[in-house]
Design a protein around this ligand. Structure first.
Ligand SMILES: Cc1ncc(COP(=O)(O)O)c(C=O)c1O
Length: 436
């Protein structure tokens, strides 16, 4: 290929992006493809590219970097562990401390943890556990849900391309999620209709014998959709009424993201199993599944080597998760998530009164969504090209945010300050102005 010349203020960034894209496979996250960024380093809630341009990061690696970038305590803990021991499934000081801490924080009697490396792997393990415990097979998920892309969870992930790579494993069913932004009627009606449909599906499609219901307390990939109050509780009650386990997939909502320690605490629900990951280790690839003594003892899940994996909970992963959770607690980041979340949400609501193209502002803590729409009355979602224009407008002004689809997702590091939230709002304001 002939060498390109770059003249912009992003010459080195673009050059490295292009160089890498000669060899990296397609299918990367859309935010990486559209932004064409090559990142040199991160500090707190900001990222700096190779040319020295600094961006406010409202994405955090899709809700991963809960402590932000290059947190000094995180660096110190991982460096110390690198110098000690990194691999193996033997008991280590950080893992022993970590499982105790998770048991202390988890609701109800959820006190036993197994570790994995990615989110899909943990949700798949939760399904294996539910099948081991209930001796049943069928799993119910929800429309709009996302639990990963490996075969065991793909049927539960509402992605349009999945049927092109079938056959998918059978025994998975999707009930409608109670999404108030897609429902004409009150929140109560929205909740009641969804529960009615859930019951119908369980009775008619699986003869009343589900092994588990898998649910995100707030649906992340769908656009940070908050269901009506009481929905999670009713899903929990339906699961138990039919003898199924409730698996709360807290991959995104866990560890302070929603302004509470877990997303299911919002409805005061104690699930039977929780799956955790993403922000739990602020970027180190570790995920987990937490359940009760009784459920975790189910065979074959509990047989030696039956639930383990090569990297799950190795000493380095455990050190990363431990320091992250300890810092979330010591630095009151759950509280910060709640209070700065209000600043962002209120600010977005205020923008919605002045701009015709933003609606349905929603969220809890620093898990926030809004829609890009044609007008406030019809709330017709804007076409993709228009959203990409908005995304690029924000980026050019120094803001990274998942705003290239009409269902905008906002999930910054939990350390975001109110001042940074206001800077982000000013950038969004200007980008909307230009787009409109
Ligand atoms: C709720 C939820 N569960 C599971 C996953 C899958 O995680 P991973 O990409 O680490 O496999 C995701 C990823 O976005 C998620 O949002």
């Amino acid at each position: 290929m002939p060498a390109k010349t770059y003249t912009s203020a992003q010459a080195r960034t673009k050059a490295l992006f292009d160089e890498e894209h000669q060899f990296i496979a397609p299918g990367l996250q859309t935010i990486a493809l559209l932004s064409e960024l090559a990142i040199d380093h991160g500090t707190g809630a900001t990222l700096t590219d190779l040319d020295g341009n600094t961006y406010l990061d409202l994405n955090a690696g899709v809700s991963v970097a809960s402590l932000g970038h290059a947190h000094p305590r995180y660096i110190a803990a991982l460096t110390k562990q690198l110098e000690a021991v990194t691999v193996g499934s033997f008991t280590s000081q950080p893992r022993a401390e970590l499982v105790r801490l998770i048991a202390d924080l988890a609701p109800g009697e959820l006190s036993r943890t197994q570790f994995f490396s990615g989110g899909a792997e943990a949700v798949e393990a939760a399904i294996r556990l539910a099948r081991s415990y209930t001796k049943r097979t069928d799993i119910v998920g929800f429309t709009g849900g996302f639990h990963g892309k490996t075969a065991g969870v793909l049927p539960l992930s509402d992605v349009d391309w999945k049927h092109l790579i079938g056959p998918l494993p059978t025994g998975h069913h999707l009930a409608p999620y109670a999404d108030p932004t897609r429902y004409e009627g009150s929140q109560t009606e929205c909740r009641e209709d969804a529960i009615k449909e859930l019951r119908r599906l369980i009775e008619q499609d699986i003869a009343g014998r589900p092994a588990a219901i898998v649910i995100e307390p707030i649906q992340g990939t769908a656009g940070n959709i908050v269901p009506p109050p009481g929905f999670l509780r009713e899903v929990h009650d339906v699961a138990h009424e039919y003898g199924a386990l409730l698996i709360a997939d807290e991959m995104i909502t866990g560890f302070g993201r929603t302004g509470r320690i877990f997303g299911c605490s919002g409805d005061d629900v104690v699930p039977d199993v929780m799956t955790l990951g993403k922000g739990m280790a602020s970027g180190f690839p570790v995920s987990a599944l937490v359940s009760t003594d009784e459920i975790m003892a189910a065979k074959p899940f509990s047989l030696p080597s039956a639930s383990s994996s090569s990297y799950g909970g190795n000493p380095l992963a455990a050190a990363a998760a431990l320091v992250t959770i300890q810092t979330i607690l010591s630095d009151k980041l759950v509280e910060n998530s709640a209070s700065v979340g209000v600043v962002l949400r209120d600010g977005l609501q205020a923008l919605a009164t002045r701009h015709r193209s933003i609606a349905n502002v929603r969220g809890q803590g620093l898990l926030i969504g809004f829609d890009l729409v044609a007008d406030q009355k019809s709330k017709t979602l804007l076409p993709k090209e228009k959203c990409i224009e908005f995304f690029k407008g924000c980026l050019a002004d120094g803001l990274i945010m998942m705003s290239y689809t009409p269902r905008v997702r906002v999930h910054p590091p939990l350390i975001l300050s109110a001042e940074q939230a206001n800077s982000a709002l000013a950038i969004i304001d200007r980008a909307l102005e230009r787009m409109e």
